[in-house]
Design a protein. Structure first.
Length: 147
């Protein structure tokens, strides 16, 4: 609970920065800041809980919408928008995890003090290239028959 409360304050500014980033000279606001219909997720604490719940459990947007009293489309929109705000907040606090490690040496340097390292990964679809040359370059040779 203390960690949640400590994150809620900077998350408020992260949400504001994300809202400001959506509007620019090319795409100005239609209404003044704070005008318009009030959302179901009114407080920054509710928005943070929504974002953390989504990132922890990855429910379908139907389940997420039913849990928080939103429509499916608003659940999707809020999940992506608030994830950006949370990323901005964690980056400002300096606790954003490293997403890309370029080499094994860099990984050893980052985890030098960790005795046992377990890796967990999420499978992502790999899009097959349309060009035949690119497809042949990506082919692993798994289904080739031995000579």
């Amino acid at each position: 609970m203390a960690a949640f409360c400590a994150l809620a304050e900077p998350f408020t500014s992260g949400c504001q920065q994300e809202a400001d980033a959506r509007f620019s000279e090319q795409r100005p606001r239609q209404r003044k800041t704070g005008a318009g219909r009030k959302g179901v997720l009114a407080s920054p604490q509710q928005k943070l809980l929504f974002s953390l719940y989504y990132l922890k459990t990855y429910p379908t947007f139907d389940v997420l919408a039913a849990t928080f009293g939103l429509s499916r489309s608003k659940a999707c929109e809020n999940a992506h928008r608030l994830a950006k705000a949370l990323e901005r907040t964690l980056q400002a606090k300096g606790v954003l995890p490293v997403r890309a490690i370029a080499s094994l040496a860099e990984m050893h340097a980052l985890f030098a003090d960790v005795p046992v390292l377990l890796l967990d990964a999420t499978e992502r679809p790999h899009h097959r290239p349309q060009a035949v040359v690119d497809r042949q370059a990506d082919y692993s040779g798994k289904k080739k028959t031995p000579p």
